[in-house]
Design a protein around this ligand. Structure first.
Ligand code: GLC
Ligand code: CA
Length: 554
């Protein structure tokens, strides 16, 4: 336990399209990423995860791959990739790629060949079925990005399954030939020397080939065969390399996580957990104005963190390309407290057990964007939901727009704010998506200079994971679960306890720390805090959005 390199690492996610543009076409690219490697090294992160850079028609920003063996021309060439990998390694960091193998693009050659010739082997690489009747799809499944999960193809009078969208037909994992085709592709990338994969929407690959109706129309059935496939992939491919794997799948219980990512390493090394980012969903899914319920959230974390010890490993995050900006969601955009809240949220995440993921711009405290109109939006999911909820009258356009401002994925996809120069220093051209106008205040250049910046606070948090064993292996105890303001927990190893206190509110919060650090006769010391010369130990009251780590040794 605790001897794997990824258990002692911090991962940084790069979403290439919005990271850094090197040639002025308004789209981030591989040379742009390479130009920022020193910045990332200086931040202290160990592993870079690159969202998809394969050739793609870009309906879902590369999560719709048309050729697994080539690089999206907007992003560069295979030589650019090889050079990036080499430069990452030269700096002692690792590179993990995104692997989308539940579906391809509808422009993928395999899919096209299967339509052209239904007798070719490619036809069975996907799920083609006859309808239940004229115009009636084969089952009741709905796509994640709305509408039926089935699309009719006139040529062969058949329907194909796309659990996300019609542009993303699902691959038929029950076909052993398809699986070998995928494994070949996985080996191609591993043989280049990359350090692992993030496996997109991985639970979806497990489908009962009968494709029965589901009780709620969802296509995420998590058929047990998903584990058979992952074990085969592990046995035949993954286990032959020194790599890490992180699977992505919504709606997993603690028991599911243990199956996917148990410490015996038979499937994957960790899962991207969702219980926290789904805490606030309602009948409209993510598109609502709910704030997270803190006592409930603490309970969910307690269950997972206390349960995982000795059983499985997990990821820790609030931000990625599918989530709104965490400081807007959980903290505040009020300039008076924004930076403090960003630091507090980061502290809360980074002090837990698991591997923290930092999403580009998060380390600067980047915020959501106040979108003005529909034509500024780029995301398939937002537009799909708009049509579903607004066209049917279930939400007014104004309300839906506000939901998108607070929860939509485009918030995470605005360009990284590198400097106060034009377009935040992201591009010399016209950015493919709007830049957040607050780049004049929130940007990397300014934060590098400011010792109190969010960026410099992240450096301290990341460094703690490398210096203090307790951050990696300390047992987690969730405490004060009912407290409506303070997220509190302890980590413990023999002879040492840390108490992490995070005030998730804009009001002062009294908190009695003594019962939790009782083993010490002396005052605890402060490991790190986000309020300059905090007087918490004297007053017993946390300032608005204050976060503090107290340590006791016996
Ligand atoms: C995952 C990705 C998301 C993508 C979807 C379909 O959830 O993170 O961005 O849209 O899978 O591939
Ligand atoms: Ca470019």
């Amino acid at each position: 336990m605790f001897d794997k390199w990824w258990e002692r690492s911090v991962i940084y996610q790069i979403w290439p399209k919005s990271f850094c543009d090197s040639n002025g076409d308004g789209i981030g690219d591989l040379p742009g990423i390479q130009s920022k490697l020193d910045y990332l090294k200086d931040l202290g992160v160990d592993i870079l995860w690159l969202s998809p850079i394969y050739r793609s028609p870009d309906r879902d920003n590369g999560y719709d791959i048309s050729d697994y063996y080539s690089i999206q021309p907007n992003y560069g060439t295979m030589e650019d990739f090889d050079s990036l990998l080499q430069e990452v390694h030269r700096r002692g960091m690792k590179l993990v790629m995104d692997l989308v193998m539940n579906h391809t693009s509808d422009q993928c050659e395999w899919f096209q060949k299967g339509i052209e010739d239904p007798n070719s082997k490619y036809h069975d690489y996907y799920y083609w079925r006859k309808g239940k009747g004229p115009g009636v799809p084969p089952n009741n499944w709905n796509a994640v990005f709305k509408g039926s999960a089935w699309t009719y193809n006139e040529k062969n009078d058949e329907w194909y399954l796309g659990c996300f969208s019609p542009f993303q037909p699902d691959l038929n994992w029950s076909n052993p030939e398809l699986r070998q085709e995928i494994y070949k592709m996985v080996r191609f990338w591993l043989d280049k020397g990359i350090d692992g994969f993030r496996l997109d929407a991985i639970g979806y690959i497990g489908k009962n080939p009968e494709l029965p109706d589901s009780p709620d129309g969802s296509c995420l059935i998590l058929d047990p065969c998903v584990h058979t496939y992952l074990q085969e992939l592990n046995r035949q491919v993954l286990s032959h390399y020194d790599i890490m794997t992180v699977g992505e799948n919504a709606n997993l219980t603690v028991e599911d996580m243990e199956k996917f990512a148990s410490l015996d390493g038979g499937e994957l090394n960790m899962m991207i957990q969702f219980f926290h980012v789904e805490e606030d969903i309602d009948e409209f899914g993510k598109f609502n104005l709910n704030r997270v319920n803190l006592p409930h959230l603490k309970q969910l974390y307690r269950d997972q963190q206390e349960d995982m010890y000795g059983k499985f490993w997990t990821s820790l995050y609030w931000s990625n390309h599918d989530q709104p900006r965490q400081v807007s969601r959980l903290g505040t955009e009020d300039p008076k407290y924004r930076d403090r809240a960003a630091k507090m949220i980061a502290m809360n995440t980074h002090m837990m057990m698991g591997t923290p993921f930092v999403y580009q711009g998060e380390e600067l405290g980047m915020t959501n964007l106040h979108w003005d109109s529909l034509d500024e939006l780029r995301d398939l999911e937002e537009l799909g939901a708009w049509h579903e909820f607004v066209d049917s009258g279930r939400k007014s356009p104004e309300e839906m727009m506000e939901c998108i401002r607070q929860k939509g994925r485009d918030n995470a996809r605005t360009p990284v704010q590198w400097s106060a120069e034009k377009n935040a220093g992201f591009t010399d051209g016209t950015p493919w998506i709007r830049v957040n106008p607050n780049y004049t205040e929130i940007n990397a250049a300014a934060e590098l200079e400011d010792p109190d910046s969010v960026l410099n606070f992240y450096k301290k948090l990341i460094a703690l994971r490398h210096t203090d064993e307790i951050v990696i292996s300390g047992q987690y105890h969730g405490i004060a679960l009912e407290d409506p303001q303070v997220f509190a927990y302890t980590r413990g190893i023999p002879r040492e306890t840390w108490l992490i206190l995070c005030n998730f509110s804009g009001e002062k919060a009294p908190f009695d720390w003594r019962p939790y650090l009782y083993s010490s006769s002396e005052e605890p010391d402060v490991v790190l805090g986000n309020v300059d010369s905090s007087d918490f130990l004297e007053t017993g009251t946390l300032e608005p959005w204050e976060g503090i780590i107290l340590r006791c040794r016996t």
